[in-house]
Design a protein around this ligand. Structure first.
Ligand code: APR
Length: 183
């Protein structure tokens, strides 16, 4: 069962010595607040230089919402950073659920393409972008489980929660997925 390769943990994603940590970035890919700011601070200035080197695919857009880019991790314990852009929450009728699923899927497709085995995600879009945690958690675990079923080389995906609300939502979502798998 691919759900067995998913773990929900709590802590600071910048401290994880995994193959890649995922950054909840914005389309400009030039840093920001939240986990984006924490990752850039921990990685050092080379990370911003590497992000700036990505060509704009539209004015001010280096990574479209739902897509992903990969850079080295520089001073981070993680080998790589996968930068993805989740949707801003506008109430749920602007394609936000599909865009959030795409952010998780694109990140894992990129990780598999680079032969990575361990990947850690923050709770994408649930901070500054305002995506409701319970729905975001369900989308995260179901999308990650589907991607793991397609990529046997991905051994472990860690969903890292930074506060107790996120931890309870993600733990419940993973438990519900395991119940479904068991049926
Ligand atoms: N480790 C793990 N998770 C963290 C950390 C950390 N060090 N810091 C914050 N988080 C969590 C937040 O608590 C939240 O659950 O990451 C999740 C995502 O929140 P944000 O970082 O605000 O990201 P998001 O909601 O996707 O908004 C993206 O914010 O920082 C800017 O440049 C970024 O414009 C983009 C927007």
């Amino acid at each position: 069962m691919s759900a067995d390769r998913i773990v929900v943990t709590s802590g600071d994603i910048t401290r994880l010595a995994v193959d890649a940590i995922v950054n909840a970035a914005n389309e400009r890919l030039l840093g920001g607040g939240g986990v984006d700011g924490a990752i850039h601070r921990a990685a050092g200035p080379e990370l911003l230089a590497a992000c700036r080197a990505f060509p704009e695919v539209a004015p001010g857009v280096r990574c479209p919402t739902g897509d992903a880019r990969i850079t080295p991790g520089y001073r981070l314990p993680a080998r790589f950073v996968i930068h993805t852009v989740g949707p801003v929450w506008y109430g749920g009728a602007q394609g936000e659920p599909a865009a959030l699923a795409s952010a998780y899927r694109s990140s894992l497709n990129l990780a598999a393409a680079h032969g990575l085995r361990s990947v850690a995600f923050p709770a994408i879009s649930t901070g500054i972008y305002g995506f409701p945690l319970p729905m975001a958690a369900r989308i995260a675990v179901t999308t990650v489980a589907k991607s793991l079923a397609q990529h046997a080389t991905l051994e472990r995906v860690e969903l890292v929660c930074f506060d107790n609300d996120a931890l309870s939502c993600f733990a419940s979502a993973l438990a519900a997925l395991r119940d479904e798998d068991a049926d």
